[in-house]
Design a protein around this ligand. Structure first.
Ligand code: RP5
Length: 181
């Protein structure tokens, strides 16, 4: 595990789906243990061919990297940041304090408190530093919200993102049909 973590930190591009294109969305997370949850955001963006990058950036373990990532993201062409973290989940809020870009926070269920700690750490931001918080472990919604942000002024992207939302909801209704009958 340690070797994999080191490899990802030294070669962050190993995580990317689109390496040749300028990413429009940055998907960051406090640990590679958040990846199984956070990959859903990348999956949604990839469905729309929206270039994205995935990085491990920890507010606590690598504060310098977090600072330079957040303060340079806009200059590099990033338009939306999706930040996931668990436990004392300070990453989305600290990033939002360093960039004018919209930040979407994903509370990751990582500890014995079942994700409530992550949710409260991310959602209870002070006035003036906005973070759009999605449900615990719901990186799919973070991806969809990023698509909707990028879709402002882009009717085609708006129509496609609505279709995908409707499709996901219809799947959910299908999956839960037996629970209500
Ligand atoms: C947070 O602590 C991370 O975002 C992760 O959700 C949690 C546990 O991290 P690891 O100990 O698995 O690296 O900073």
């Amino acid at each position: 595990i340690v070797e994999t973590r080191l490899k990802l930190m030294l070669n962050p591009k190993l995580l990317d789906g689109h390496t040749a294109v300028t990413p429009r969305v940055g998907i960051i997370m406090g640990s590679d243990s958040d990846l199984p949850v956070m990959k859903d955001a990348a999956r949604i963006l990839n469905m729309f061919d929206i270039p994205n990058e995935v990085r491990i950036v920890s507010a606590h373990r690598t504060p310098d990297i977090m600072f330079s990532y957040a303060s340079s993201a806009g200059e590099r062409g990033i338009q939306v940041i999706i930040a996931g973290a668990g436990g004392a989940a300070h990453l989305p809020g600290m990033v939002a304090a360093l960039t004018p870009l919209p930040v979407i926070g994903v509370p990751v269920r990582a500890s014995s408190l079942d994700g409530l700690d992550s949710l409260l750490s991310i959602v209870q931001m002070p006035r003036g530093v906005p973070v759009a918080t999605v449900a615990i472990n719901n990186a799919t919604n973070a991806g969809l919200l990023a698509v909707r942000m990028l879709g402002v002024g882009d009717a085609d992207l708006q129509a496609r993102s609505l279709s995908l939302s409707l499709f996901i909801m219809s799947q959910y209704l299908e999956d839960t049909k037996n629970d209500v009958l």
